[in-house]
Design a protein around this ligand. Structure first.
Ligand SMILES: Nc1ncnc2c1ncn2[C@@H]1O[C@H](COP(=O)(O)OP(=O)(O)OP(=O)(O)O)[C@@H](O)[C@H]1O
Ligand SMILES: [Mg+2]
Length: 377
């Protein structure tokens, strides 16, 4: 009943999206009375009370200097992955336009399509399906990823296609994630952008977690927010499961993965508390493994301030109730230039450089590079 009331309340506010995203989880929590209070707070807007309703005006912001200029200084490509947990949320739009802007700014960039089975980044970039792609690398037909890179019409921007590759290579790629990342780091480039597929296939989780920065594209719609939350959760547990800790500790983590677990493991803090008691050394290893887990979120297809504020609400909820710190890197307006650009097989920033979308993508790029402040926190 409480949940029903809270859900009804949430539907009229800014928090509707994050509230619904947490709905499934909260039902489980509330059954045991664990998160009733938290849920009430989410629905009553407490989680937004610390800042202005305009995400851009938030004063509690930090600029990450980690990215800016890093690639050139260290001669190692900086790897970005773009995921979203759901189909059609703008992963390829962001990948293509971000890559194009970086190259136009003089950086040496590779945009690689790992949305196997649904690859279309080449179309967004205006490249005809190349003869060789990531599948040829996965199947061992070529030794190095550089052998399947092709040029694009934007100087400085290279592409590795995932088109014409059989879906079966997804499983092959899971095992070769580390090897591919190693080869990508050997390239004489500044940035590598990985366009991922929808869902939580291990391939997608592996590459999102292996990147230096993970960008999460989310629509201001309950279904997208819900999937994004599941995606974040899956990423987090995958990071923990990959740590070198005793088997028994992995079993604790595995228990937490099951949202119906009866031992009360809900938020990351619960897992750390249990492991701390069992094996303090393992607890330290786990904490270290997720210390840099700060996905950057982008809200795509915004139409109003309420939509923009959804990004802030998601970050706030994740931090408050799950102890996860996300960064709100920016938003992209709903813009007709997107489908018009796709029809011309060019990124919107190239086809319509004066569009609102193009200037928004430029700002998003600035934020991602650490040249402008995140919108939250
Ligand atoms: N900001 C936007 N404004 C208008 N339309 C958009 C915007 N972003 C995306 N779209 C539309 O949504 C469609 C899906 O976008 P995109 O292909 O980038 O999503 P995706 O997450 O990569 O999808 P998939 O999971 O299928 O790969 C686009 O073809 C475009 O028509
Ligand atoms: Mg896509």
């Amino acid at each position: 009943m409480l949940i029903a009331n809270n859900l009804a309340k949430s539907l009229v506010g800014v928090n509707a999206y994050c509230a619904i995203a947490l709905y499934v989880e909260s039902l489980r929590y509330s059954r045991r009375g664990v998160l009733d209070k938290a849920w009430e707070e989410i629905c009553s807007g407490v989680n937004l009370s610390s800042g202005s309703s305009n995400a851009q005006n938030n004063q509690d912001v930090r600029v990450s200097s980690r990215v800016s200029g890093l690639a050139r200084e260290e001669s190692v490509p900086y790897i970005w992955s773009v995921g979203g947990g759901k189909g059609g949320v703008g992963k390829s739009l962001i990948s293509a336009n971000f890559a194009w802007i970086l190259a136009r700014r003089g950086r040496r960039v590779l945009a690689i399509d790992l949305d196997l089975g649904g690859a279309n980044l080449h179309t967004c970039l205006g490249v005809n399906p190349p003869k060789l792609g990531i599948g040829d690398w996965a199947l061992g037909k070529v030794d190095h990823i550089r052998q399947v890179m092709v040029t694009t019409k934007q100087p400085g921007l290279l592409h590795v296609s995932g088109s014409q590759d059989p879906l079966e290579i997804m499983n092959l790629m899971v095992d070769r994630c580390d090897e591919l990342v190693h080869q990508l780091r050997e390239l004489d480039l500044d940035d590598v952008i990985i366009d991922l597929g929808a869902g939580t296939h291990p391939l997608t989780l592996n590459f999102f977690n292996a990147a230096d920065s993970g960008i999460l594209s989310i629509l201001p719609e309950p279904t997208s927010v819900e999937n994004a939350y599941r995606f974040i959760r899956a990423l987090f547990y995958q990071k923990l499961m990959k740590t070198d800790v005793p088997k028994g500790i992995h079993e604790v983590i595995q228990a937490a993965v099951d949202t119906k677990n009866v031992i009360g493991l809900r938020a990351p803090a619960d897992i750390f508390a249990v492991v701390e008691r069992l094996d303090p050394v393992a607890a330290e290893i786990l904490k270290k493994a997720v210390a840099d887990f700060h996905p950057k979120i982008v809200i795509n297809q915004v139409r109003s301030q309420v939509d923009i504020d959804v990004g802030k609400a998601i970050c706030s909820v994740c931090r408050r109730y799950f102890g996860l710190q996300l960064h709100y890197a920016g938003y992209v307006d709903y813009d007709n230039s997107v489908w018009r650009a796709i029809r011309s097989r060019r990124p919107a920033v190239a086809e319509f450089p004066r569009s609102a979308l193009a200037s928004r993508m430029e700002r998003l790029t600035n934020t991602l590079l650490g040249e402008e402040k995140d919108l939250y926190p």
